[in-house]
Design a protein around this ligand. Structure first.
Ligand code: FES
Length: 212
Protein backbone atom coordinates (compact mmCIF):
# COMPACT_ATOMS: atom_id res chain seq x y z
CA UNK A 1 0.00 0.00 0.00
CA UNK A 2 2.84 2.34 0.78
CA UNK A 3 4.14 1.94 -2.79
CA UNK A 4 1.05 3.63 -3.89
CA UNK A 5 2.18 6.85 -2.34
CA UNK A 6 4.58 6.95 -5.24
CA UNK A 7 2.94 10.02 -6.68
CA UNK A 8 4.61 12.09 -3.95
CA UNK A 9 7.70 14.20 -3.56
CA UNK A 10 10.27 11.95 -5.10
CA UNK A 11 8.45 10.79 -8.20
CA UNK A 12 9.70 13.38 -10.67
CA UNK A 13 13.39 13.24 -9.70
CA UNK A 14 13.33 9.47 -9.84
CA UNK A 15 11.77 9.56 -13.26
CA UNK A 16 14.42 11.97 -14.52
CA UNK A 17 17.17 9.57 -13.60
CA UNK A 18 15.51 6.38 -14.66
CA UNK A 19 16.43 4.41 -17.76
CA UNK A 20 13.73 3.28 -20.16
CA UNK A 21 13.84 -0.20 -18.63
CA UNK A 22 13.32 1.25 -15.18
CA UNK A 23 10.44 3.34 -16.44
CA UNK A 24 8.70 0.23 -17.70
CA UNK A 25 9.24 -1.53 -14.39
CA UNK A 26 7.96 1.52 -12.56
CA UNK A 27 4.80 1.68 -14.64
CA UNK A 28 4.11 -1.93 -13.81
CA UNK A 29 4.68 -1.32 -10.12
CA UNK A 30 2.37 1.68 -10.07
CA UNK A 31 -0.34 -0.30 -11.83
CA UNK A 32 0.07 -3.17 -9.38
CA UNK A 33 0.11 -1.02 -6.29
CA UNK A 34 -3.03 0.82 -7.40
CA UNK A 35 -4.88 -2.47 -7.39
CA UNK A 36 -3.41 -3.16 -3.94
CA UNK A 37 -4.66 0.14 -2.62
CA UNK A 38 -8.18 -0.60 -3.70
CA UNK A 39 -7.96 -3.89 -1.83
CA UNK A 40 -6.91 -2.07 1.33
CA UNK A 41 -9.78 0.35 0.96
CA UNK A 42 -12.19 -2.55 0.67
CA UNK A 43 -10.97 -3.87 4.01
CA UNK A 44 -11.59 -0.44 5.55
CA UNK A 45 -8.20 -0.40 7.27
CA UNK A 46 -7.51 3.05 8.68
CA UNK A 47 -4.99 4.51 6.26
CA UNK A 48 -2.76 6.11 8.85
CA UNK A 49 -2.01 2.80 10.56
CA UNK A 50 -0.13 1.58 7.51
CA UNK A 51 2.45 4.36 7.78
CA UNK A 52 5.81 4.24 9.50
CA UNK A 53 6.59 6.93 12.12
CA UNK A 54 8.95 8.72 9.70
CA UNK A 55 6.30 8.67 6.98
CA UNK A 56 3.80 10.09 9.43
CA UNK A 57 6.17 12.89 10.39
CA UNK A 58 6.90 13.72 6.75
CA UNK A 59 3.23 13.72 5.89
CA UNK A 60 2.24 15.93 8.80
CA UNK A 61 1.86 19.16 6.91
CA UNK A 62 3.70 19.28 3.62
CA UNK A 63 1.89 19.67 0.31
CA UNK A 64 2.15 16.59 -1.86
CA UNK A 65 3.21 16.76 -5.51
CA UNK A 66 1.72 14.15 -7.82
CA UNK A 67 2.58 13.14 -11.39
CA UNK A 68 -0.85 12.60 -12.92
CA UNK A 69 0.34 11.13 -16.22
CA UNK A 70 0.27 7.56 -14.91
CA UNK A 71 -3.44 7.54 -14.05
CA UNK A 72 -5.16 5.80 -16.94
CA UNK A 73 -8.66 6.98 -17.89
CA UNK A 74 -11.24 5.18 -15.80
CA UNK A 75 -8.78 4.44 -12.97
CA UNK A 76 -7.55 6.19 -9.84
CA UNK A 77 -4.60 6.36 -7.49
CA UNK A 78 -4.43 7.10 -3.79
CA UNK A 79 -1.81 9.42 -2.34
CA UNK A 80 -1.28 10.51 1.22
CA UNK A 81 -1.69 14.09 2.42
CA UNK A 82 -1.56 15.03 6.10
CA UNK A 83 -2.05 11.39 7.01
CA UNK A 84 -5.20 11.10 4.92
CA UNK A 85 -5.83 9.12 1.74
CA UNK A 86 -6.54 11.39 -1.19
CA UNK A 87 -8.04 9.85 -4.29
CA UNK A 88 -7.19 11.16 -7.73
CA UNK A 89 -9.72 9.76 -10.15
CA UNK A 90 -9.21 10.09 -13.90
CA UNK A 91 -12.82 10.04 -15.05
CA UNK A 92 -13.65 9.20 -18.64
CA UNK A 93 -15.91 11.45 -20.71
CA UNK A 94 -18.70 8.92 -20.14
CA UNK A 95 -18.18 9.14 -16.38
CA UNK A 96 -18.35 12.95 -16.25
CA UNK A 97 -21.34 12.97 -18.59
CA UNK A 98 -23.18 10.80 -16.07
CA UNK A 99 -22.65 13.18 -13.13
CA UNK A 100 -25.51 15.65 -13.73
CA UNK A 101 -27.93 12.88 -14.65
CA UNK A 102 -28.38 11.57 -11.12
CA UNK A 103 -28.58 14.86 -9.19
CA UNK A 104 -32.07 13.95 -7.98
CA UNK A 105 -30.63 10.95 -6.12
CA UNK A 106 -28.12 13.00 -4.13
CA UNK A 107 -28.33 14.65 -0.72
CA UNK A 108 -26.58 17.86 -1.80
CA UNK A 109 -26.02 17.72 -5.57
CA UNK A 110 -25.02 21.36 -5.92
CA UNK A 111 -22.61 21.14 -2.97
CA UNK A 112 -24.37 24.10 -1.37
CA UNK A 113 -25.86 22.85 1.89
CA UNK A 114 -22.52 22.13 3.56
CA UNK A 115 -19.39 23.39 1.85
CA UNK A 116 -17.04 20.48 1.43
CA UNK A 117 -14.91 21.86 -1.40
CA UNK A 118 -12.94 24.98 -2.34
CA UNK A 119 -14.84 27.58 -4.32
CA UNK A 120 -12.85 26.74 -7.46
CA UNK A 121 -14.29 23.21 -7.36
CA UNK A 122 -17.89 24.26 -6.91
CA UNK A 123 -18.97 23.31 -10.42
CA UNK A 124 -20.74 20.45 -12.14
CA UNK A 125 -17.65 18.24 -12.14
CA UNK A 126 -16.56 19.32 -8.64
CA UNK A 127 -13.01 19.66 -9.93
CA UNK A 128 -10.53 21.97 -11.66
CA UNK A 129 -9.94 19.73 -14.68
CA UNK A 130 -13.21 18.16 -15.81
CA UNK A 131 -11.79 14.65 -15.83
CA UNK A 132 -9.67 14.67 -12.66
CA UNK A 133 -11.48 14.44 -9.33
CA UNK A 134 -9.39 15.03 -6.20
CA UNK A 135 -11.20 13.81 -3.09
CA UNK A 136 -10.27 12.92 0.50
CA UNK A 137 -11.08 9.21 0.78
CA UNK A 138 -12.62 9.29 4.25
CA UNK A 139 -16.31 8.64 4.74
CA UNK A 140 -18.14 11.60 6.25
CA UNK A 141 -20.18 9.27 8.48
CA UNK A 142 -17.67 7.78 10.91
CA UNK A 143 -14.42 7.92 9.00
CA UNK A 144 -13.98 4.58 7.24
CA UNK A 145 -12.32 4.50 3.84
CA UNK A 146 -14.90 3.75 1.14
CA UNK A 147 -14.18 1.17 -1.54
CA UNK A 148 -13.82 2.17 -5.17
CA UNK A 149 -16.62 0.93 -7.38
CA UNK A 150 -15.66 3.03 -10.37
CA UNK A 151 -17.40 1.08 -13.09
CA UNK A 152 -21.19 1.01 -13.56
CA UNK A 153 -23.28 -1.98 -12.46
CA UNK A 154 -21.17 -4.99 -11.41
CA UNK A 155 -21.61 -6.15 -7.81
CA UNK A 156 -23.33 -2.85 -6.97
CA UNK A 157 -26.35 -3.70 -9.09
CA UNK A 158 -27.77 -2.58 -12.42
CA UNK A 159 -28.61 0.94 -11.24
CA UNK A 160 -25.07 1.72 -10.09
CA UNK A 161 -23.40 4.39 -12.23
CA UNK A 162 -19.92 4.27 -10.70
CA UNK A 163 -18.59 5.74 -7.49
CA UNK A 164 -17.62 4.61 -4.00
CA UNK A 165 -19.22 2.38 -1.39
CA UNK A 166 -18.41 2.54 2.31
CA UNK A 167 -18.36 -1.01 3.70
CA UNK A 168 -18.85 0.11 7.30
CA UNK A 169 -22.48 1.25 7.15
CA UNK A 170 -23.30 1.38 3.44
CA UNK A 171 -22.87 5.01 2.40
CA UNK A 172 -22.64 5.54 -1.34
CA UNK A 173 -20.89 8.34 -3.19
CA UNK A 174 -20.69 9.20 -6.88
CA UNK A 175 -17.55 9.83 -8.94
CA UNK A 176 -17.47 13.44 -7.70
CA UNK A 177 -17.63 12.31 -4.06
CA UNK A 178 -21.24 13.44 -3.65
CA UNK A 179 -23.29 11.38 -1.24
CA UNK A 180 -26.41 9.52 -2.33
CA UNK A 181 -29.66 9.98 -0.43
CA UNK A 182 -30.34 7.26 2.11
CA UNK A 183 -26.69 7.00 3.14
CA UNK A 184 -25.75 7.40 6.80
CA UNK A 185 -23.05 9.86 5.69
CA UNK A 186 -24.67 13.30 6.01
CA UNK A 187 -22.52 15.31 3.61
CA UNK A 188 -20.36 14.98 0.51
CA UNK A 189 -16.74 13.86 0.68
CA UNK A 190 -14.15 16.61 1.13
CA UNK A 191 -12.27 18.07 -1.83
CA UNK A 192 -8.89 19.21 -0.46
CA UNK A 193 -7.13 22.41 -1.51
CA UNK A 194 -5.12 21.75 -4.64
CA UNK A 195 -3.67 23.33 -7.75
CA UNK A 196 -1.89 22.31 -10.95
CA UNK A 197 1.77 23.32 -11.12
CA UNK A 198 1.99 22.19 -14.75
CA UNK A 199 -0.31 20.35 -17.13
CA UNK A 200 0.83 17.05 -15.60
CA UNK A 201 1.70 17.96 -12.02
CA UNK A 202 -0.83 18.29 -9.25
CA UNK A 203 -0.06 19.83 -5.86
CA UNK A 204 -2.34 18.80 -3.00
CA UNK A 205 -2.46 21.04 0.05
CA UNK A 206 -2.17 24.43 -1.62
CA UNK A 207 -5.11 26.39 -2.97
CA UNK A 208 -5.43 27.52 -6.55
CA UNK A 209 -4.93 31.29 -6.47
CA UNK A 210 -7.55 31.84 -9.13
CA UNK A 211 -10.81 31.31 -7.30
CA UNK A 212 -12.85 31.36 -10.52
S1 FES B 1 -18.30 5.21 8.20
FE1 FES B 1 -18.94 5.12 6.12
S2 FES B 1 -21.01 4.58 6.27
FE2 FES B 1 -20.38 4.71 8.34
Amino acid sequence: MSDNISGGHHASSQLDEASQVDLEKRNFLIASSTVGALGCAAAAVPFVLSMTPSERAKAAGAPVEVDITKIAPGTMITVEWRGKPVWIINRTAEMTAELPKHDDQLTDPGCEVVSQQPEYCKNKDRSIKPNLAVVVGICTHLGCSPSAKLQPKGDMGDNWMGGFFCPCHGSKFDLAGRVFKGSPAPVNLVVPPHKYLTENTLLIGVDTEDKA
